[in-house]
Design a protein around this ligand. Structure first.
Ligand code: NAD
Length: 239
C-alpha cells in the first residue's frame, strides 16, 4: 500500500480530523512564504517587519509592506488544494481547519468555520486599545489611526512575538485533544504555539500525524507526503 493510500484510509476511518495549514498551501496561489525567497522585502527580513518592534520603529515601512501584501493577495485565487479541502469538509463533516495564513484563501474557497490563528490581512488592529475592524485599503498615504484611541493602528495579524487570541488558543487546544488524526499542510513546524500543540498531541495522545510538504520540515509525522499541496490534496481528499 502506498503512503497516499494509507493516508486516505486513515483519514476515512477517523472520527475527528484536525487540518492545520501554513504558508506553503498558498505558494501555488502566488503568495510567497516567509522562509525562502519571499523572506526579504527591500532588504528587510519578513520576521523584522512582522513584529511589534518593527512596527514601533518604522510604521510607514511596515504599512507599505502590508499594502503590497494586500495587493498581491487581492489578485490571488484559491488553488485546488484550498478548494479540495473546502469541498471535503462539507461532504465529510468532522473536520476542523485551523490556518496560520492571513490571506483568507480558505474562506474564499468556500471553507466555513476556519480558525484564523494568526488573524487576517483584511483587518486592522490597534496594539494600544485592541480595537479591531475590517479594512481593505491597499495603501495608506497617511498612516491609519485607531477610531477609538487615535494611536497609529496596525494590521490585524498576529506578529512574531505576539500571543494568539484566547479563542484561537482555545480552538488549538480543544481540536488537538479531540482529533484522531492531524493533517498538516505547508507548514515548517517552527511557528509557535501551533508546533507545540502538534508535538503534544503526538506525545501525549498518540495522535496520528500526516504531513504534506515537498521538503523536510520540523514536523516528525507518522506519514510524510513529500508533495506540493496542489499535487496531493485533491487525491487525498477524494471519496
Ligand atoms: P511556515 O512555517 O508555515 O512554512 C512554510 C512551509 O511551506 C515550508 O516548510 C515549505 O517547505 C512549505 N511549502 C512551500 N511550498 C509548498 C507547497 N507548494 N505545498 C506544501 N508545502 C509547501 O510559514 P512561514 O512562511 O515561515 O510564515 C510564518 C508565518 O507568517 C505564517 O504562519 C503566517 O502567519 C505568516 N505568513 C502568511 C502567509 C499567507 O497568509 N499566505 C504567507 C507568508 C507568511
Amino acid at each position: 500500500m502506498s503512503d497516499l493510500q494509507k493516508s486516505r484510509s486513515i483519514l476515512q476511518a477517523a472520527k475527528k480530523v484536525m487540518v492545520i495549514t501554513g504558508a506553503g498551501i498558498s505558494t501555488e496561489s502566488g503568495i510567497p512564504t516567509f522562509r525562502g525567497e519571499g523572506g526579504y522585502w527591500r532588504g528587510h527580513r519578513a520576521e523584522d517587519l512582522a513584529s511589534p518592534e518593527g512596527f514601533k520603529k518604522n510604521p510607514r515601512l511596515v504599512w507599505d509592506w502590508y499594502g503590497e501584501r494586500r495587493t498581491l493577495v487581492s489578485k490571488a485565487q484559491p488553488n485546488v488544494a484550498h478548494l479540495a479541502l473546502a469541498s471535503w469538509s462539507k461532504r465529510r463533516g468532522g473536520i476542523s481547519l485551523l490556518t496560520q495564513n492571513v490571506d483568507e484563501l480558505h474562506e474564499r474557497a468556500g471553507q466555513t468555520d476556519t480558525v484564523l490563528l494568526h488573524g487576517s490581512l483584511w483587518k486592522n488592529r490597534c496594539r494600544k486599545c485592541k480595537f479591531e475592524h475590517r479594512a481593505c485599503e491597499l495603501a495608506y498615504p497617511t498612516l491609519p489611526r485607531c477610531k477609538v484611541c487615535n494611536e497609529i493602528t496596525g494590521p490585524g495579524v498576529i506578529w512574531f512575538g505576539e500571543a494568539l487570541d484566547f479563542s484561537s488558543f482555545h480552538a488549538l487546544n480543544l481540536c488537538s485533544i479531540e482529533a484522531d488524526v492531524i493533517l498538516t499542510i505547508g507548514t515548517s513546524g517552527l511557528v509557535s504555539p501551533t508546533a507545540d500543540f502538534i508535538k503534544r498531541a503526538q506525545t501525549k495522545y498518540n495522535t496520528t500525524l500526516i504531513n504534506v510538504n515537498p521538503t523536510e520540515s520540523n514536523i516528525q509525522a507518522t506519514i510524510e507526503l513529500r508533495y506540493k499541496a496542489t499535487e496531493i490534496i485533491p487525491e487525498l481528499t477524494a471519496d
